[in-house]
Design a protein around this ligand. Structure first.
Ligand code: 57M
Length: 358
């Protein structure tokens, strides 16, 4: 809205020209999201406590989790409100990529909210059927990716990290591939969200990394210099990514060990879906494997565990996802969390290096 109302006035008041700059609006978006999350956080925690919106803790969870009984959940509302509020104020709301990403976030947020609502009201960890949840995620992602594919400027080729001349054209297969990226990332972030701050730290670093990648993809000179695919208009997503990164930082204030608030599925599902969407739009789909390395390892640990139980009748990890394995090995919770953050920062650095090393 700031962009919408102030940009036309720049002809009269030249100092308002600054709102045309993506870098200025990205920094503004980051600051607004951070302030909103700090201001709204304590109020939301009080409201959730008053409304008895508490996370039921599974009886099978490692011992230390019993202490977490009664922690308010659905803190994802804080992240979504801070992030969307900031995007509505600072982004160009006529930009197709911004509209699409916001709708994906709202769609996945609604699915997550419904799951949380059922868990909280029923007082157990069951939520709604995994199949229905998965089908709803696939539906939202398919609608968004079909709309993207139908844009005349859309290019269904893949950008492969570290290889500048290998760009396979997926044609129509791009749609299911992109749906897989979005739904897969959404569920991987959800699986990671099992210790205080474990998911939100890597969400922050991945979103900050994509703020740079989307800006570069939308910038003719930078994209040309780095020989990366140019996606005109995708730079506006740097604002969305910056807002996600700092709304997450504000949430971390309350979610860090010992957590006063969990994000719930209303947080984890849309955050993962948002990262998948910006990766697809900016043609940085495969590099998300590196940038979101922590989420990948968490999801792989579950796949390996389930496959091993099915084929060999034996577990590979004491418990999956892998953070439970480390807990049961005796690592204190903060040690697991901070090491995951360190790994996610290293993943971000390797991702940024892939821009030049190709
Ligand atoms: C949800 N939810 C947390 C909180 C958070 C297929 C299977 C691997 C699925 C997986 C699963 O259900 N994962 C998704 C994980 C829960 O947190 C809530 O859920 C939201 C995210 N969706 O925001 O609202 C608990 O996690 C802890 N927590 C924190 N701090 C946080 O900031 O401590 C969460 C956020 C909270 C709290 O204790 O109650 C969760 O873990 O339930 N299932 C599992 O992860 C289960 N693993 C399992 O069954 N492994 C088996 C399988 C693979 C065969 C095995 O290895 O043998 C574990 N889930 C639980 N207990 N609860 C098992 C132990």
């Amino acid at each position: 809205m700031i962009y919408y109302y102030l940009a036309p006035l720049a002809a009269e008041y030249s100092f308002l020209n600054v709102v045309r700059y993506l870098t200025f609006r990205s920094v503004l978006a980051a600051l607004i999201a951070l302030v909103l999350s700090f201001v709204l956080g304590p109020r939301l925690i009080r409201a959730l406590r008053a409304g008895q919106i508490r996370q039921p803790v599974s009886e099978f969870a490692p011992e230390g989790h019993a202490l977490k009984t009664g922690t308010p959940t659905m803190g994802g509302f804080l992240i979504l409100t801070a992030m969307l509020g900031s995007v509505l104020l600072t982004a160009d709301l006529t930009n197709f990529y911004v509209i699409m990403t916001v709708l994906v976030i709202v769609g996945f947020g609604a699915i997550g909210w419904w799951d949380d609502y059922l868990k909280v009201t029923r007082g157990n960890n069951a939520g709604f059927s995994a199949r229905v949840k998965f089908a709803a995620q696939v539906l939202v992602a398919t609608v968004a990716m079909t709309a993207l594919y139908m844009r005349p400027e859309f290019d269904p080729t893949l950008s492969v990290p570290f290889m500048k001349h290998f760009n396979p054209n997926l044609g129509l297969v791009y749609i299911p591939f992109a749906v897989l990226v979005i739904v897969g990332t959404s569920n991987a972030v959800n699986l990671t969200d099992g210790l205080d701050g474990l998911a939100i730290g890597p969400v922050m670093t991945t979103a900050a990394t994509y703020a740079i990648l989307t800006y570069a993809a939308g910038h003719a000179k930078i994209a040309g210099y780095l020989l990366i695919p140019r996606v005109p208009g995708a730079g506006e997503l740097a604002i969305v990514c910056a807002a996600i990164a700092t709304a997450s930082l504000g949430f971390l204030w309350f979610n860090t060990y010992p957590a006063q608030l969990f994000m719930g599925d209303v947080g984890s599902l849309p955050l993962g879906a948002a990262l998948g969407t910006v990766a697809v739009v900016s043609k940085n789909e495969l590099v998300l494997i590196i940038a979101g390395g922590v989420f990948l390892v968490e999801a792989l640990s579950v796949i390996i565990q389930l496959t091993s139980i099915k084929l060999r009748g034996k577990r590979v990890f004491r418990m999956a996802p892998i953070h439970h394995h480390f807990e049961l090995t005796g690592w204190p919770e903060p040690l697991i969390i901070v090491r995951a953050w360190i790994i996610s920062i290293i993943c971000a650095l390797v991702t940024l290096a892939s821009l030049k090393l190709r």
